[in-house]
Design a protein around this ligand. Sequence first.
Ligand code: IMP
Length: 187
Amino acid sequence: MGKILFASTNESKFNEIFLYLKSFNIEIEFVRFGTLEIQSNKLEEIALQKSKEAFEKIGRPLIVEDTGLFIDSLNGFPGPYSSYVLKTIGNQGILDLLLNSADRSALFRSVVVYKDNNNDMIFSGDTRGTISDHITEGGWGYDPIFIPEGSSISYGQLGIASKMGISHRTHALNNFAKWYCGNYSIK
Ligand code: IMP
């Protein structure tokens, strides 16, 4: 099998995906691809649309990935709007919103779409956790404020290898890799 392209503008995601899929002998190559995200409440719809646009342009087997951080006491906000919210109010804005909240539980969800000539496959993965009370060191995006269940430190503090042991993206990628290896025999 040839390499699968990862269509994204986010190299931090690529590093994680590359590292994890390497353990399945699945080779990934980064291709910079940005698009105007459609407005939808569903990560799946956003990711599917992105994969369609990328495939129309690139015409080779590819994956795209979309993530959302769903905070329980904010009724799932920012969810599919996570990117816009990080750009506007940032991690400090999220902490401010939770200032008087006893419930800091949250869910990170990753949706991976694999697309080629014959397949539009959707895989998802979740990791539950809590939002920290301050911005910690390390990582990228929301990593400095998300403490995964079973850990006392944030994704950021865990570092890439430990984060990839438990992350939402890992769960989604694991589902993808099992399907891919079952359908395209990889040594
Ligand atoms: P998107 O999938 O790139 O749209 O991600 C939505 C937002 O969540 C962006 O602001 C990302 O920086 C952030 N994000 C995505 N994945 C992660 C992650 O694994 N850790 C922390 N932040 C993330």
